[in-house]
Design a protein around this ligand. Sequence first.
Ligand code: ADP
Ligand code: MG
Length: 355
Amino acid sequence: MTTVPIIELRNLRKQYVSVHAVRGIDLQIRKGETLTIMGPNGSGKTTILRIMAGLDTPTTGEIRFNGTKIGDNNRKQIRNQATMVFQKTTLFNTTIHKNIAYGLKIRGFRKKEIHQRVNSVLNAVKLEGYAKRQAKKLSGGEQQRVALARALALNTPLLLLDEPTANLDPETVSIIEETIRYINRQNKTTIIVATHNIFQAQTITERAALLLQGRMVETGTVEEIFRRPSLTLASFARLKNVFTGNSRLLSEGTSLVDIGNGIHIETATPKTGRVATYVRPEDIILSRRPIKSSARNVFKGQITEITDQEPIVRLKINVGKEFLVQITKRSFKEMNLNLGTTVYLAFKASSVHAI
Ligand code: ADP
Ligand code: MG
C-alpha cells in the first residue's frame, strides 16, 4: 500500500530576480517522518521551508500537501496545518505564558485547554515553572526554547524548524534535539529541520537531504548517507580520514586501495579504479604495542597533534599518511600518550567505506 506523502515537491524552482534560490527540487515526505535539510548558508534551505509552510510560492513546479496541489486558492490549507519556527524568532515583550497562549487564543481554544497546552510544552522544552517570567529577560537559549514551545503548542501535523540550534550553547542544543525527537515519537508530528550543521542530521532525524547551491544533490536515510558518503558530502561535512587512490580487487569481495606513501588500505567493498575511502575516527583502535587482531588494516606511526575535547581526545597520527583517531580522555591518560609517542592503529576492512 502506498500512502500519500504529507508534502511533495515536484521540480520546484524559486527565483528571486536574477538569483535561482532553488531549482529542480523533487522531494517526498511521508507522514510522521523526520527529515533534515543540510546545506551551507545560501544553499536554499529557508526558501524551501517557507514554500513548504505556505508562506511563499514557487516560481515554477509543484507543491502538494496530502496529495492536493497547492495554489493561491488553497494555500491556507498548509498554513493551518504547518508551523514554522524561524531562525531569528522574536518573542512578545510579555510573559512566557502569554507568548505561548497567543496563537492558541486566536485559534479559539478555551482557557483550560490553553493552560494545559502551555504547561505541557514548557515541560517538553524543560522550562517548567517559567510561565510567569518575562520573555525578554530570558537568555538566548531559553528564548529559542520558548519559540519552539510556542510552535509545539499549536500541535500541527507538520513542523518546520529553520536552524533551530544555530549559535546556541551545547546544553540548549541537546534539549532542543531531544524535544524534536520526543515530539515526533509522541505526536507523530512530521518534522523538517534545516541546518548547516551536517552532524545534526545524525542526532535528530532518520532521513536527510543535502542541498548545495539550490540543488538537492543527495537524499537518503541518515545511515545510508553517512555510512557511504559521496565526495560532495565528505568535503562539505569535513569528514575525516578521506583518502583517494587506486583500488584493485583482492579475493572474497575485498579490495586494496593504494593511498600513496606506501600505504594500502583494505576495504570490504569490491571496487577497482579510482576511489575515495573514508574511515570514521571512532572506528580506529589505538594501541602502544603491535596489535594482534583480525583487523585487516594495521599501521605504525607517531602522534603529531593532540586536541583535548573532554571527554574525547582527538589525535593526529602520521603513519606515512595522517589519520585522525578519537579516544576517550580516560584511555588517553591510561595509555600515557604524548606528542611523538609511537602507536599502532588498527581498523577493519568493513570500517573502510569506499566512495
Ligand atoms: P539558506 O537558508 O540555505 O541560507 P536561502 O534560502 O535563505 O538559503 O537563500 C538561497 C538564495 O536565495 C541565496 O542566494 C539568497 O541570497 C537568495 N535569496 C533568499 N531570499 C531572497 C530574497 N527575498 N530576495 C532575493 N534573494 C533571496
Ligand atoms: Mg536560512
